[in-house]
Design a binder for this molecule. Structure first.
Ligand code: PLP
Length: 496
């Protein structure tokens, strides 16, 4: 036995380690078997089911005081938690824009939590894994190799990172030190009315105020109106405002529209504005050689926000911010503190500390699931799956366009299809109510989960396909079910 083995100490000290590692191993194997079955049999279950009242009540029990056996706690998971998922791992879940997850992603999360490093910085391997993942995306999007990046919780945080760098770089004064109130000239940011509301959160958090986000109207394809944008920037300058940034959308959340990203890059450089692209899911179209031209201009952005938990199907949470100028990025977040001084040797060494590039100091090892997934599947397979989802959206659009009683409500430019049930002689107001009811019955039946939006006053069923498990037949089922429910409601309401 080694000299420093103290395992048989006389002190009665506690730990969270198990008394029996063999029992833990056994329980762990059961968990693996259960979750692999859960994933492989997902198609046989309802997409979603309502949570019974007694199950909800279970989550009001008082604070546990004393230890219990780990397998008992796990049994509670099996009974009260596992059967009531959101449903997004199911092949017929197309609500909002939510990814599907993978078995590899699940296991990578376990491995990352087992190693449990803090990826705020230092000379340990997780930092190199994250740096490599970022470098891969720099290559994917055609950013210069000297660009910087950060893995974050998702698109919302990536937008905050990009827009913080935009604000700090273009304010024209030391905003980190002086604060936004230093200048009496309001700083303004431009994007279309279809921009995701995480951008509003970002401008509010950045102290610019919601009014500083100038919402520009869109054309019939839901893309930003370029002429209008130029006019508003000119008007704002004439009124003494200080434009700092244009936001381009690569895939809007309502309809999947992609702005003219090249035109926006031109305007940004002519007007000396920061160019941020919110490409939460749509930017990933760049992975498919056939779709890449849809997002041309993206590579000219100063900063790009995108998600890996949507169209790269990785488990929540993981998104990424890329910034063209590493120095601008670092200058927005780095601080020097004695207790964080970067050493030359030891664990405290390492040149790039991710805590210098974002809000968080302590950071999890989310890079591992990205690294393992990309290695296993290869980037081309992602491109094919993305294209497959886009083709499925086109297939669904075709089904709708050739069906009686269905109407499409927006052009299908990428992976999002907006449509509704219609019937002769039923007015707009009633149609909105009927389609809302169709959606709820679809969810409650467990057959499919689309979400909803309102387009030009019309309530729309909205199908956003970021699902590697969906097959064409799933869309046939959706269309049949919507028509069936729609006709049943018409019948009940005696509208026919
Ligand atoms: C989902 C989404 C976001 C927000 O990303 P999260 O990962 O949910 O934080 C931002 N923009 C667009 C276009 C999105 O679709």
């Amino acid at each position: 036995m080694p000299e420093n083995d103290i395992r048989n100490s006389d002190f009665d000290e506690e730990t969270l380690d198990p008394e029996s590692w063999d029992e833990v191993r056994e329980l762990g194997h059961r968990m693996v078997d259960d979750m692999v079955a859960y994933l492989s049999e997902v198609r046989d279950r309802p997409v979603w089911q309502p949570i019974p009242g007694d199950v909800k009540a279970y989550f009001e029990e008082p604070l546990p005081q004393e230890p219990r056996n780990s397998s008992e706690v796990y049994n509670e998971f099996l009974e009260f938690i596992q059967p009531y998922p959101m449903g997004n791992i199911h092949p017929r879940f197309w609500g909002w824009v939510i990814g599907t997850g993978t078995a590899t992603g699940m296991f990578a999360e376990m491995l990352a939590a087992g190693m449990n490093p803090n990826v705020g910085g230092g000379d340990h391997i997780a930092n190199y894994v994250e740096a490599q993942v970022i470098q891969w995306f720099i290559e994917v999007f055609g950013f210069p190799p000297s660009s910087s990046g950060l893995l974050v919780s998702g698109g919302s945080m990536a937008n905050i990172v990009g827009l913080t760098v935009a604000r700090n770089t273009k304010a024209g004064f030391d905003i980190r030190s002086e604060g936004v109130h230093h200048s009496h000239t309001p700083l303004t940011i431009y994007g279309s009315t279809e921009t995701h509301n995480s951008v509003q959160k970002a401008v509010e958090l950045l102290g610019l105020g919601n009014k500083a986000f100038r919402r520009i109207p869109v054309n019939d394809s839901f893309q930003i109106d370029i002429e209008k944008l130029e006019a508003v920037i000119a008007e704002d300058r004439a009124e003494g405002l200080q434009p700092i940034c244009i936001i381009g959308n690569a895939g809007t959340v309502n309809t999947g529209a992609v702005d003219d990203l090249d035109a926006l890059a031109d305007i940004s450089s002519r007007e000396n504005l920061w160019y941020h692209v919110d490409g939460a899911f749509g930017s990933l179209a760049a992975l498919s050689p056939e779709l890449r031209q849809l997002v041309v201009g993206l590579e000219r952005a100063d900063s790009l926000a995108f998600d890996l938990h949507k169209w790269m199907y990785m488990p929540f949470e993981i998104g990424c911010a890329l910034v063209r100028e590493e120095e601008a990025h670092r200058n927005s977040f780095s601080l020097s503190a004695d207790y964080l001084e970067h050493n030359e040797r030891g664990v405290g060494a390492g040149t790039r500390w991710f805590s210098d590039y974002g809000v968080q100091l302590s950071r999890g090892f989310r890079a591992l699931k990205a690294w393992m997934s990309i290695k296993e599947y290869g980037i081309r397979k992602y491109g094919r799956l993305i294209k497959q989802n886009v083709e499925q959206a086109a297939y669904l659009s075709e089904l709708i366009d050739t069906s009686d009683n269905l109407e499409r409500l927006a052009p299908t430019s990428l992976n999002i299809v907006c449509f509704r049930f219609v019937a002769d002689g039923v007015d707009e107001f009633l149609l909105n109510g009927i389609n809302r009811e169709i959606l709820l019955r679809l969810h409650e039946s467990g057959v499919a989960v689309p979400s909803y939006t309102t387009l030009k006053g019309k309530y729309a069923l909205r199908v956003a396909i970021t699902n590697h498990r969906s097959q064409r037949g799933d869309f046939d089922i959706l269309v049949d079910e919507v028509k069936k429910i729609g006709h049943a409601i018409i019948e009940e309401k005696k509208l026919a």
